[in-house]
Design a protein around this ligand. Sequence first.
Ligand code: ATP
Ligand code: MG
Ligand code: FE
Length: 357
Amino acid sequence: MIVLGIETSCDETGVALHCSERGLLAQALHSQIAMHQRYGGVVPELASRDHIRRVLPLARQVLDEAGLGLSDLNAVAYTAGPGLAGALLVGAGVGASLAWALGVPAIGVHHLEGHLLSPLLAVDPPAFPFVALLVSGGHTQLMDVQGVGRYELLGDTLDDAAGEAFDKSAKLLGLGYPGGPAIAKLAESGRPGRYELPRPMLRSGDLDFSFSGLKTAVLTLVRRELDEGAGSGNPETRDPRQVRADIAAEVQAAITDVLVAKSVKALQHAGRETLVVAGGVSANRRLRERLAAEQERRRFRVHFPELALCSDNGAMIAFAGALRLAALKERGELAGLKPPEGFRVRPRWPLDELDAA
Ligand code: ATP
Ligand code: MG
Ligand code: FE
């Protein structure tokens, strides 16, 4: 079965082709980062308009790359939520129309299910059940995962997401958007521990997170150490570049320390031996290294998506759609699936409201 996947929930247009026998056949991505950069964040209306421009040429590109035509498609999967309403409508509209025109089924995929299942695209995929740490621009969640669509929420952020904490701290440090990669890069020349930032909720006794206090602490630190007048009268005037690098290193350490500690705790709580990490922040090298070190000490196995699949992409949507369609096929329900006569998006859509596949 060949599935075309379309992702347009935010600021990346992603399109990919997945084949149930041969795996990922082709993928293409257009990032709008450069377009939104000067506004310091994503401008929803600009995002929707750009998706309209990109999605069909990208679909053409993946078909050409795979040496396939539209008539080879067996289904279309598109991101139905959560995300920006206008941006979602583009992918959903194009995906459902294409499926209708081709007379094949369309399936609306949950964006976070796409992230969560993306490590299963690896050569050595994890097996169910496992605990998943979902760390992206809009979410920070721990889930107990028993199968496709069988997700139990173990912990959530009470305010900002981990990616958001990276992004907001980066802004305070005068770094560009998106902040995660910028902080990670600057942190390479910094020393964690040179400044002290809080590890929010580290000992809260539950599996929840909170990152908004960290942002305030970073603001205070930046004002004290970097803003005009800082260091005046100090005989040992410090190099502001080093100060910024040291703050970046501590921000990264603070966020990743909490993520690692709570993930370990979630594994113990759920009695699982496999941890799957997904979402944009799963690209973070310090997070990967810290979890790899923990798995040695505590005897669990950690899995990440390949780097190119951490942030938003079409491959994870094609794959999640393919897994759900495969489950329908197994139950003999695939043949009853009609081409869509409409479509619906859900800008807000809790992951644990999904039905099992
Ligand atoms: P959601 O999936 O919750 O709807 P999103 O799609 O915007 O949100 P993703 O694309 O999964 O989020 O991830 C983007 C986030 O990942 C941004 O906040 C970005 O700063 C962060 N990020 C990307 N690379 C890194 C990195 N190397 N280190 C830390 N954070 C990173
Ligand atoms: Mg993005
Ligand atoms: Fe995402």
